[in-house]
Write a protein that binds this ligand. Structure first.
Ligand code: HEM
Length: 607
């Protein structure tokens, strides 16, 4: 569609918005809540604007702990009060349907996958998804089964770093050399994606040994999606556009995040956000007249979903082969079709055809997927989901779409958040040498042996405190969202009306001087017996970078294990200092997650 028609359409929506917005706003009687971000346009859509939530920090200090912003005609209530957050995070379990407003611009199969994700779904679909996550990454026995993979990926990542330090110019050309500094933020995702590959899918994605910085800011359209429509390569090629499956996943996950930032998003995203009642129309337009950003978003999502689909098929095939070898002659794997009987959401024919195409294209990519230990590992999340479907009562059985959605969610929720945490811990330690020295002494006490569950849980109190303090100052996701299912009393005569969108803005609590003494200082001892009296929080629920209540992050234990393991290995081997290339003070921006604008530049030296 010509650009001018797109803008004409936007103008039409804007006019409707002005008409309907005012009347709706009156109906909502929210005027008692201070209008922090004023009336009302893109700049006041905090999670989609570049510095939106950084801005809220200052405003909550000035205007109070309950604020209102307007998502077009929808009120967004921002709560920064720890007691209110705790109360309503426990009480409200649902996410607002508009939580997935970006999902509303997705089309076809991508839309179904998005809506089934444990991150945004509510009701039974969420419960089923949450249950499989809990079985795989909360349950102690399952977690312990992931430890060998985590150890393996950490060792490989550190070996890669050591190579760069030893021979920077020979090993890599370009920007991320040891001597020139290493942008930890750009590369540590190689480790977190490798762990995700093993734990979520049970395969070796190879990213722990790879310079994944090259996969950042890649255009998915030019690289993969546009060539095959599947993102998995033209038949026969083991990689796409020269990118391995691991790099493709990194590129697709990052592109998917990027497409949700207003400055990179499709025009249809803000339209869908501002006019909830027009979303079916917005989706129709996005389907039939996609702009470039929309196509990029769809290609990135399709790519991740198709890798999940391919791995489901692989799992089923290997089960059948195992059964045949055992002489039963019948397959025990669950058949994977685009329209599974177990499914609650079936793909329309065009989507099914695309999915078949993806599966066919995936055959070429199969060779690029290295299985761990001769098969998609049985301890993986994917295997747990697939096994769990067999013999389970119909209402508890995950559909194909749900299996894809949960493995998709695993990649999206786990890879970048944990990478952000690790790079920011590195930054905090590089700028606080006394903390780095204490952490180094602690990790040196452990020796080179495999890190067990007990070691990680009991022998690293200072390392854990450093991670927690970093997450207090720099939570990768600074807020979490709930839906008010009834009118909620917010105190001082303020009411959140039924159906409103609550943003529990934890970062403001983490930095509130009434809650945390000297909140701006990096003091890991707050989380240790020695410092908790002097520097601990006034409110027990005042630290919640992983959220609160039934919807608290289901990957928090896994994330802590991943972070501790890599920190032990890195600090045992290297001295890590800030590189002169790192601008100070650290500048962060908040989109869907909170990221360092200029990366985290450090120098590594073998100890
Ligand atoms: C340091 C790393 C991480 C941080 C800071 C983080 C943070 C969060 C936050 C703030 C939420 C929303 C919680 C709420 O609404 O109360 C969340 C939800 C979630 N996270 Fe994480 N996360 C991290 C790592 C992971 C990992 C490794 C996984 C992989 C399993 C994961 C999977 C999820 C899922 C599935 C949800 C949705 C849970 C639900 O709604 O029931 N996260 N995360």
């Amino acid at each position: 569609m010509a650009l001018s028609s797109a803008w004409a359409l936007a103008g039409l929506f804007l006019a409707m918005f002005v008409f309907f917005g005012y009347s709706l706003r009156k109906r909502w009687q929210l005027r008692k809540i201070p209008g922090a971000l004023g009336w009302p346009f893109l700049g006041s859509i905090p999670e989609f604007s570049i510095y939106g939530y950084e801005y809220v920090l200052g405003l909550s200090a000035k205007l109070g702990n309950v604020l209102i912003a307007w998502l077009g005609v929808e009120p967004l209530i921002i709560i920064c009060d720890p007691a209110l957050i705790r109360k309503y995070a426990y009480k409200c379990v649902s996410k607002p349907p508009s939580m997935s407003e970006y999902g509303h611009v997705l089309t076809g199969f991508n839309y179904d996958v998005d809506q089934a994700s444990a991150f945004v779904a509510s009701g039974e679909v969420w419960r089923r998804g949450r249950r499989v996550f809990e079985a795989s990454v909360i349950n102690g026995v399952s977690l312990a089964a992931h430890l060998p993979a985590i150890n393996r990926c950490a060792n490989r990542f550190v070996a890669q770093l050591a190579q760069r330090v030893a021979a920077p110019a020979a090993a890599h050309s370009g920007k991320t050399l040891g001597e020139e500094g290493i942008d930890m933020f750009s590369i540590v995702g190689g480790y977190t994606m490798a762990v995700t590959g093993e734990v979520a899918y049970g395969v070796d994605l190879g990213t722990a040994d790879d310079d994944i910085a090259v996969a950042r800011n890649v255009s998915i359209l030019e690289d993969a999606g546009s060539k095959s429509g599947s993102g998995l390569g033209d038949g026969g090629s083991a990689s796409v556009g020269g990118m391995s499956i691991g790099r493709q996943l990194v590129a697709a996950a990052l592109a998917s995040f990027r497409c949700l930032q207003v400055e990179h998003s499709t025009l249809y995203l803000p339209l869908g956000v501002m006019f909830p009642w027009a979303r079916p129309l917005v989706r129709w337009l996005a389907t039939h007249f996609p702009d470039r950003a929309q196509r990029e978003h769809m290609a990135a999502r399709t790519q991740i979903a198709n890798i999940s689909r391919l791995l489901m098929e692989r799992w089923a095939t290997s089960k059948k082969a195992a059964a045949a070898a055992a002489g039963t002659g019948t397959g025990t794997g669950t058949a994977i079709t685009a329209d599974s009987k177990a499914g609650t959401a079936s793909a329309p024919p065009a989507e099914a055809a695309r999915a078949d195409g993806a599966a066919a294209a995936g055959k070429g990519a199969e060779e690029a997927i290295k299985e761990v230990g001769g098969g998609i590992s049985s301890s993986s999340f994917m295997a747990a989901m697939m096994e769990g479907r067999r013999g389970a009562p119909q209402e508890e059985r995950l559909s194909d779409v749900e299996v894809i959605a949960q493995s998709f969610t695993f990649v999206m929720a786990g890879f970048e958040t944990t990478a952000l945490t690790l790079s920011l811990v590195t930054f905090m330690l590089a700028t606080h040498p006394e903390a780095a020295a204490r952490l180094t002494a602690e990790v040196d006490g452990l020796g080179p042996g495999e890190l067990t569950h007990e070691v990680l849980a009991e022998k690293l109190p200072y390392t854990e405190a450093v991670i927690k303090e970093t997450l207090r100052l720099h939570p990768p996701i600074p807020y979490f969202i709930r839906e008010a299912r009834e009118d909620l009393d917010l105190g001082n005569g303020m009411v959140a009306p039924k159906g409103s969108y609550l943003t529990m803005y934890m970062h403001a609590v983490h930095l509130n001087p009434d809650v945390w003494p000297h909140p701006e200082r990096f003091l890991p001892q707050r989380f240790l017996p020695e410092g908790s009296a002097a520097f601990g929080p006034a409110d027990p629920g005042a630290w919640a970078p992983f959220g609160i209540g039934a919807r608290m992050c289901v990957g928090h234990k896994l994330a802590m294990m991943m972070a501790k393991t890599l920190l032990v290995r890195m600090y045992q081997r290297f001295r890590i200092e800030l590189h002169p290339r790192q601008p100070l003070p650290l500048k962060m921006k908040t989109g869907l997650s909170r990221v360092p604008v200029d990366g985290v530049w450090v120098t590594l030296t073998e100890r």
